[in-house]
Design a protein around this ligand. Sequence first.
Ligand SMILES: [Zn+2]
Ligand SMILES: [Zn+2]
Length: 247
Amino acid sequence: MIEYVTEGLLNLIFPLNCRICKKPIRESKGYSICEDCFQTIELIAKPYCVKCNKPLSLSPDWEGLEVELWCVDCKNKHFSFEFSRSVGKYSGVLKEAIHLFKYQGEKKLAKPLGNLLINYLKENPEFRELIDLIIPVPLHKDNLKERGFNQSVLLGEIIGNYFSIPVKEGVLIKKRLTPSQVNLSKKEREKNMREAFLVQRPQEVKEKNILILDDIFTTGSTVEGCARELKKAKAKNVYVLTLARSV
Ligand SMILES: [Zn+2]
Ligand SMILES: [Zn+2]
């Protein structure tokens, strides 16, 4: 309560402007992107690859046909997870919001971002029913110390609370400090993530249907690193959900 009052007062004295559209935010919820801008987030829509969710373009002959499509990448390589889904495209407002959340400490953005995941799972109940537990992609302890929080854990807690799905931290850990993936090629990313993760408590994943949760799916090398270890530890099925996907 006091927090809201203080925020409201601060907002009167120093009106907060939306980071994207620059318009004043009338009702501050403690984050700097307005509701209107959130509405512009571009969702991943069909047609897409059934394995990795990469949006595909179809020739007009194929339009409207109910076929399972695979992208070229997935035809040529093996992913250990059953399938991956992402809410939106990693661009515009969603990209900006993830950056503010992750690198600039706007932890309160976990709420609207978490809501995007909740809405996605509400609209895809069959996906939700496949899940026994959620494992947020872990950070290496040095990175966690530096950032102070794990963005995927915050998101995991929001959807776990909403749907009453257990969220497990510490079952899977990141044992190796990996260089930043930003400027790495697809091959280098895969090499970077190989054996970076470790299942610390295999009894908790054995025979379970697991949802790996992360903020961004780029080439899939991070979630694949996690999925591979979970499968080695006898997880039954592994699914992936991320907020954004680079396209
Ligand atoms: Zn705005
Ligand atoms: Zn694919």
